[in-house]
Design a protein. Structure first.
Ligand SMILES: Nc1ncnc2c1ncn2[C@@H]1O[C@H](COP(=O)(O)OP(=O)(O)OP(=O)(O)O)[C@@H](O)[C@H]1O
Ligand SMILES: [Mg+2]
Length: 285
């Protein structure tokens, strides 16, 4: 399978000889994949994210972006273009006083010619669902809308990969859902590889694969079902599992025969229906 991002046994300390924030971590992200990264506070998630577009370079080991070594200065430009980053606080990512100017900002700095820039900015605003706000002042938008403006600014660069570092953490549930819907559509419909660092288990449950970090290493890795069915192991890493997984786990512990790997609400509801009525749940749609 084609690799988008590869970290090979990387180590990183913020101070020379200091504590390792990343301590022997290997991970691979395939092209087109949606990977969620989980882990308790301070386990190194943001440090890892910053390795994926060469904001940080590993002290030992290698990080490759589509085969390009992030330590290779000649490729820095290409690497930054391939991997777009979205951070937690939308206010820190807005630079202009009008939405469409904000989305165009990075392209302007690249010297993209005006016609091409117009096309890319419009397309990016459409994809991020902010086209209708294009003439508005960003500071008048909600947190979720601002975060989608930030995503549009990144998408306008036509990256192959988006790295989101808790991009929904400061949003209300509606803003969060809209941002996630945008990100999922960029992944599914436009083939953009996504690495989403999150504290929301329900977001991670929708990923193709989940990596759980602890102490600068990978502690658990697998599909959401594989990871979240290990309820005790996930809790030992100071994390929760999605509520559906928790409910199924409790019911099983109490002697109810629930299937072992239910992580989303619909599946859980269908299993409960079957348990209570003895019949298959009616399909709804
Ligand atoms: N700029 C910095 N200088 C020194 N140490 C840092 C710096 N940034 C992070 N650290 C330390 O590196 C370790 C990993 O931090 P990091 O921010 O990557 O964790 P995280 O998993 O993103 O945490 P959170 O969930 O709180 O965002 C922590 O011990 C943190 O204190
Ligand atoms: Mg962080």
């Amino acid at each position: 399978m084609d690799e988008m991002l590869t970290a090979r046994d990387i180590r990183f300390a913020y101070e020379e000889g200091g504590r390792l924030a990343i301590d022997g971590l290997s991970v691979q992200v395939n092209k087109g994949e949606f990977l969620a990264v989980l882990g308790a506070n301070g386990c190194g998630k943001s440090t890892l994210a910053k390795h994926f577009n060469a904001i940080l370079l590993p002290t030992a080991g290698k990080v490759l972006v589509e085969g390009m070594d992030t330590a290779d200065e000649d490729r820095l430009w290409d690497i930054r273009q391939k991997v777009g980053m979205v951070f937690q606080n939308p206010d820190n990512q807005i630079v202009a006083t009008v939405v469409e100017e904000d989305v165009a900002f990075a392209l302007e700095n690249l010297g993209v010619e005006p016609g091409e820039m117009r096309r890319r900015v419009d397309e990016a605003m459409e994809l991020a669902g902010v086209y209708k706000y294009r003439e508005k002042a960003p500071h008048k938008l909600s947190g979720g809308q601002k975060q989608r403006v930030a995503i549009a600014g990144v998408i306008a660069m036509r990256p192959d990969c988006l790295v989101l570092d808790e991009a929904t953490a400061m949003l209300d549930p509606i803003g969060r859902e809209k941002v996630m819907r945008t990100v999922r559509s960029l992944n599914r419909d436009h083939g953009i590889t996504v690495v989403a660092i999150t504290h929301y288990m329900e977001e991670a449950a929708q990923a193709d694969r989940v990596v759980v970090m602890s102490g600068g290493k990978v502690a658990l890795e697998g599909t959401p079902k594989e990871v979240f069915s290990q309820v005790e192991a996930v809790r030992a890493l100071h994390l929760d599992v999605p509520q559906s997984a928790e409910l199924c786990h409790e019911l099983t512990a109490a002697g109810c025969p629930m299937p072992p790997d239910l992580i989303c609400v619909d599946e859980c509801a269908a299993a409960l229906y079957k348990l209570l009525t003895g019949k298959e749940a009616p399909a709804h749609g």
